[in-house]
Design a protein around this ligand. Structure first.
Ligand code: ZN
Length: 362
């Protein structure tokens, strides 16, 4: 099991203080712990890979902990799991009897899994006052499973707390959404990720910037991507913007096909393109780009090419491309035709970047 927020520690041995980012979500959960008023159903929603599951696990561990505490030196109103009691030990060993994690079996979460859960949670907890269920990702429940779960959400046992985790809340039926208290999670900023990469992995500023940009603020991915891998990935993604590609229709369509083949690859391509355009904007916004220190750029080793782009479009056009990229990014989780979207974008780039050059036949 990967715990993206605290990769250097063994699973379940952390606390809220080890979680990076998500200040608002943590404040809400802390106030629930302090008041001991925890809703029966919570929905953690936000982009994939930003640490929702880590927070769900930490919250579950704290609720189950026999000696949860306010750490010394902390300001009042902050509660952490003790990481020592029997409950925390069972949690760390991933065999706590009162924690159930439901994940897809094959492609989806099925009704049989929900029925098995329902048979189990009607019984009183074995170890403490609560039984906790984490369903991740909840949007993988098929229609029958979601329908089955609805019964539990309508009349939950008093000791049950369900945490549904999802990056696609709009895929869940409204009947489920309306019965959960929703907590939103937001991605870390690129500069937060960069700082963590320099602190935790000893990356140089330049390396951290490249890795953070390619992973679009997904800390788990950023921490697991080594610099050699990042450089290879950059070289592959560079085909999206290279003039060789844009000059040749066949190459352009091949690049669009290859770099949109699934959701994760498409996300990488869009992260790459946004960082590229940000570099173009940087060069456009300095009075004398000729003397700009290239280390200001994400793709500093491509600064001559980026400088050419900066002269071929104005900042308004760059802003418009950035907005398009953002729009495709938001739409792709709703299964817009990824390949067509990327092709269209590259065709527009071709027109823009090559418009002041003699276009090669293609
Ligand atoms: Zn404990």
């Amino acid at each position: 099991m990967t715990i993206s927020g605290s990769p250097d520690k063994p699973a379940f041995q952390g606390g809220f203080r080890d979680i990076i980012g998500h200040p608002r979500a943590l404040d809400i959960l802390q106030s629930m712990l302090l008041s001991e008023e925890v809703p029966h159903a919570l929905l953690f929603m936000g982009e994939a890979g930003i640490g929702k599951r880590t927070v769900a696990l930490t919250f579950a561990q704290t609720l189950l902990c026999h000696e949860r505490q306010m750490p010394e030196g902390e300001s009042e109103g902050w509660i952490e799991p003790c990481n020592r009691c029997l409950s925390c030990q069972k949690f760390a060993a991933q065999n706590h009897p009162d924690l159930t994690i439901i994940e897809p079996e094959g492609a989806s979460i099925k009704i049989e899994q929900v029925r098995a859960l329902q048979d189990k949670i009607i019984y009183k907890p074995l170890d403490g006052p609560k039984r906790i269920v984490i369903i991740d990702p909840a949007d993988k429940m098929n229609a029958a499973a979601a329908n089955g779960l609805l019964k539990t959400l309508e009349e939950p046992p008093s000791h049950a707390i369900l945490i549904l985790v999802t990056s696609k809340p709009f895929s869940l039926p409204e009947t489920i959404l309306s019965r959960c208290q929703k907590i939103s999670f937001y991605p870390l900023s690129l500069s937060q990720v960069e700082r963590l990469l320099t602190e935790r992995k000893g990356c140089s500023t330049q390396e951290a910037r490249l890795i953070a940009s390619l992973t679009g603020g997904d800390l788990g991915e950023a921490l697991s991507l080594e610099i050699e891998g990042a450089r290879e990935l950059e070289a592959a993604l560079y085909t999206l913007v290279s003039e060789t590609t844009l000059n040749d229709y066949d190459a352009l369509f091949d690049a669009a096909t290859a770099h949109s083949r699934d959701e994760a690859v498409m996300a990488q391509s869009l992260h790459y393109l946004s960082a590229w355009f940000r570099d173009v904007l940087v060069l456009q916004s300095v009075p004398n780009p000729e003397i700009l220190d290239p280390s200001w750029l994400v793709y500093s080793w491509r600064h001559e090419e980026i400088r050419r782009w900066a002269t071929r479009m104005n900042s308004h056009e760059v802003g418009s491309f950035l907005a398009d990229i953002q729009e495709i990014y938001q739409a792709q989780v709703r299964n817009v035709n990824r390949q067509l979207a990327l092709e269209t974008l590259l065709m527009q780039l071709r027109d823009k970047v090559l418009s002041q050059k003699q276009k090669a036949s293609g």
